[in-house]
Design a protein around this ligand. Structure first.
Ligand code: ZN
Length: 462
């Protein structure tokens, strides 16, 4: 046995020096190699990124809704290894969960067992038509899905955005119902667009959901005459929210946080502001509520398009002979009470056709003519709230086309609704104004953040 290691060997100083130099050279070579390797890895990475990766168009853009990721059913992952498949169906008018399960091939006994389990946890009678229900089937692994229908193993539904109800068959064949909270997170979106035909179309085409567009149009109905005021090139800016579930699926539409309409150079801007008492309202820059005593457009503005009106009906403005304003809109468009008040006339009145007159505070009265019909059950003496639907656009009486003829009177004297400068319903106090400034600053900051990620936006907050 020989012992041969560095310590036992005797070496000359010359040899030691040579050996050290050699070691250093080897190390240097190794280092150069690894730097070279790193550089080429970066280069390859760049190649892959630029030429091979799918072309994601502005993935970080948040001004438009991002494409939604496919849903992953976390709660289903924990189940025994069975192949599962769900089929989505919807409740129809007059439909029941039992009927839905039956038409999805679930046997009466199984359906009853599942519904019995649901009963203690959730009242299915409150479900509305259009409610989506996923019916789950499962079969053992290895069995071809094409050859078997599988077994019914339960269903789930989302009765309200923050809640999910799951009915699941357990290993012993019994069904169990669980309610799951769905924490939602709010995301902000910005729309900034020029109006080419109508406010409705501009907002819709920039991605704002229909119900938010309806809210938006109602907001401006107090200060804008949608039939006469909107011009091509007017600008609309909206900051709004949407709420997403944990799988990044859109769960519900949120709210308008800020909105501005620049109409022929005049900017009408409103911010949603929460008051200390829990109420929330929209206010203009001076802290005046968006609501006025009377509405300028007492009709569903989404249904008014200036082009529609122009072509089909002469939109008469206020003159000595024509003492009202005409809003041309399709038959059936909802008409709103312009302000809180009381019905003092309702019925057929000669050339006015079907007609309603309301009395408001400050000796104001408003009248609505040529209606197609009245709101169900509305009668003389009834109290109405501002924005409440009182009837529908028609062409009864002496009317060349379907339109609402709207009149405002004060102390029995007809006045031009367009010249009315009505006071706001309420104003913020000096103390409330301080909090409101914070609200506005937050909105501006959010818009700034969103806008900087999207250079397609045409303007920045002012
Ligand atoms: Zn008229």
């Amino acid at each position: 046995m020989t012992i041969d290691n560095a310590a036992s060997r005797e070496e000359s100083p010359e040899n030691i020096a040579k050996r050290l130099i050699a070691t250093q050279r080897r190390r240097r070579a190794r280092r150069q190699l690894s730097i070279g390797f790193l550089l080429s890895a970066i280069f390859i990475g760049w190649l892959v990124n630029d030429f091979l990766a799918p072309d994601i168009n502005n993935a970080s853009l948040s001004a438009k809704p991002a494409p939604l990721a496919p849903e992953i059913n976390l709660e289903r992952r924990a189940m025994p290894p069975m192949q599962r498949q769900s089929h989505e169906d919807q409740l129809k008018k007059g439909d029941s969960l039992a009927a839905l399960l039956a038409r999805n091939g679930v046997g009466a006994g199984q359906a009853q067992a599942a519904l019995d389990s649901l009963k203690g946890e959730f009242d299915a009678r409150n479900l509305r038509p259009g409610q989506k229900v996923r019916v789950f089937r499962a079969w053992p692994p290895g069995v071809d899905a094409k050859l078997t229908e599988g077994e019914f193993v339960g269903f789930d539904l989302i009765p309200e955005p923050r809640q999910k109800v799951i009915v699941q068959r357990l290993a012993d064949g019994q069904f169990e119902t669980t309610r799951q909270n769905r924490p939602l997170s709010e995301k902000y979106f910005v729309a900034d667009t020029l109006i080419t035909s109508s406010v409705y179309e501009a907002a819709r085409s920039s991605g704002v959901a229909p119900n938010l567009v309806a809210d938006l149009i109602r907001l401006f109905s107090f200060s804008v005459d949608f039939q006469r005021d909107i011009r091509e090139g007017d600008q609309l800016e909206v900051l709004y929210t949407r709420r997403f579930d944990q799988n990044n699926q859109l769960a519900e539409e949120g709210e308008i946080i800020f909105v501005a309409l620049t109409n022929r150079g005049q900017r009408h801007a409103f911010w949603l502001h929460h008051l200390d008492d829990g109420e929330q309202h929209y206010y203009d820059e001076q802290g005046r509520s968006v609501q006025r005593l009377l509405m300028r457009t007492p009709v569903d503005g989404a249904r008014l398009s200036s082009r529609y009106g122009m072509r089909r009906h002469p939109i008469l403005g206020y003159t000595r002979l024509h003492r009202g304003l005409d809003f041309a809109a399709p038959v059936g468009t909802p008409i709103y009470a312009a302000g809180d008040g009381q019905v003092i006339k309702i019925g057929r009145y000669g050339d006015n056709g079907l007609y309603i007159k309301l009395r408001h505070s400050n000796r104001f009265e408003t009248a609505y003519a040529h209606m197609n019909g009245f709101a169900k059950g509305l009668k003389k003496g009834d109290r109405v709230k501002q924005g409440q639907v009182i009837g529908y656009v028609g062409r009864t009486g002496l009317a060349t086309g379907p339109h609402l003829h709207y009149e405002v009177l004060q102390g029995n004297k007809p006045i031009n609704p367009r010249s009315l400068d009505l006071p706001p319903r309420h104003e913020l106090s000096a103390r409330q104004l301080t909090a409101f400034e914070t609200t506005r600053a937050q909105a501006a900051k959010r818009i700034g953040t969103l806008a900087s990620r999207n250079n397609a936006l045409t303007s920045l907050p002012r």
